[in-house]
Design a binder for this molecule. Structure first.
Ligand code: HMG
Ligand code: MG
Length: 299
């Protein structure tokens, strides 16, 4: 069984200029649950001017937690203690903290160096542990930075270690701008799995240059079993120059099922969730699977 962390409602929407209503976002999440997704990143508790699409985080999470099944995990992104306190006041049971391998990127993204981001994360991790809230960690720019270029693998390892040392249950290794190539992915995972349990590593590919599915295939060969993906292939970080969508959940599901690997996801229902949100955004999909499915109805 392969675990998919659906990041569509958060990463997928955070860079979209059309601001959606809370009801529309809720319906999208409801459709994702109906399609079988069991871990759905709902929103982020960040500064509204930084990410205007997430300004309704409180209302959205409140609706989700009231109406949707407790058996589904609904993690939320949190950049600092202020975000954590808001999340906690709503009863959020899982959060995601984030940093990167590049000081230039973290400065642009969260107005902090990597070291400063760890001061914030350690404060958050401490109270989360006390409160019994699960914490997931992201390492952005693990395969290349839009401002600093190539990334030293040692830096990926050291940032990952710092996250695990703070008690995160899993680290998601992010190709923020979609520059990773298969040999690099293999080398990175081999280096990471020589230091950390493979079952606690996830991969987060953006599909900017079309190699995300190939990178996932290589990750599978290297025994990764958790992947982040976004319905319809939406996504991108507004503070990462040139970032485009996450790998589409549909493309990942199609690849995995071709390999005989189960995800528990109904790809036709998932396509309907994507159709819904794409229509609200007045957007076409970048997912090759989804385009073909919309045109032909063939899975
Ligand atoms: P800052 O301006 O340095 O914060 O922003 P500050 O502490 O100086 O506070 C300034 C104001 O923001 C204050 O309000 C604070 O209360 C408020 P004022 O007194 O001026 O009215 N504030 C907040 N408000 C709401 N929620 C909060 C919060 N914190 C402070 N949590 C900050 C620093 C981190 C807040 C800001 O830069 C920010 O929100 N950044 C978010 C960036 C973001 O969400 N980026 C996208 C997600 S990361 C990503 O996409 C990568 C990933 O997908 C993996 C990959 O692909 O690699 C995860
Ligand atoms: Mg991302």
């Amino acid at each position: 069984m392969i675990r998919i962390v659906e990041v569509g409602p958060r990463d997928g929407l955070q860079n979209e200029k059309t601001i959606l209503g809370t009801e529309e976002k809720f319906r999208f999440i409801e459709l994702l649950v109906g399609a079988g997704l069991r871990s759905i990143e709902v929103t982020s508790f960040v500064k509204a001017p930084a990410i205007p699409q997430m300004a309704d985080a409180v209302e959205l999470y409140t609706q989700v937690s009231r109406a949707l099944p407790e058996t589904v995990a609904f993690p939320c992104l949190v950049p600092n203690l202020k975000g954590y306190e808001t999340a906690r006041s709503l009863g959020v049971r899982e959060i995601a903290v984030f940093t990167a391998t590049s000081d230039t990127f973290t400065k642009k993204n969260i107005n902090a160096t990597i070291d400063e981001s760890f001061l914030r994360i350690s404060e958050v991790a401490e109270v989360a542990k006390r409160d019994g809230v699960r914490v997931r960690g992201y390492v952005s720019t693990a395969f290349g930075c839009p401002y600093e270029g190539a990334v030293d693998l040692k830096k990926v390892i050291s940032v990952t270690k710092r996250l695990f040392d703070l008690g995160v249950y899993e680290v998601s290794v992010g190709d923020t701008i979609g520059v990773a190539v298969p040999a690099q992915v293999r080398a990175t995972i081999r280096a990471l799995k020589s230091e950390f349990p493979i079952g606690q590593l996830a991969m987060h590919f953006h599909d900017t240059r079309g190699l995300a599915p190939t990178n996932i295939y290589v990750s599978l060969e290297e025994e990764i079993t958790t992947f982040d993906a976004s319905a319809g292939g939406l996504g991108g970080c507004p503070y990462a120059k040139g970032a485009t969508g996450n790998v589409a959940t549909e493309d990942v599901c199609y690849l995995l099922s071709s390999q005989g690997l189960e995800t528990g996801i109904d790809i036709k229902k998932l396509a309907e969730a994507s159709r819904f949100i794409l229509s609200k955004l007045h957007r076409q999909t970048d997912s090759k699977f989804l385009r073909a499915f919309f045109n032909t109805g063939i899975v």
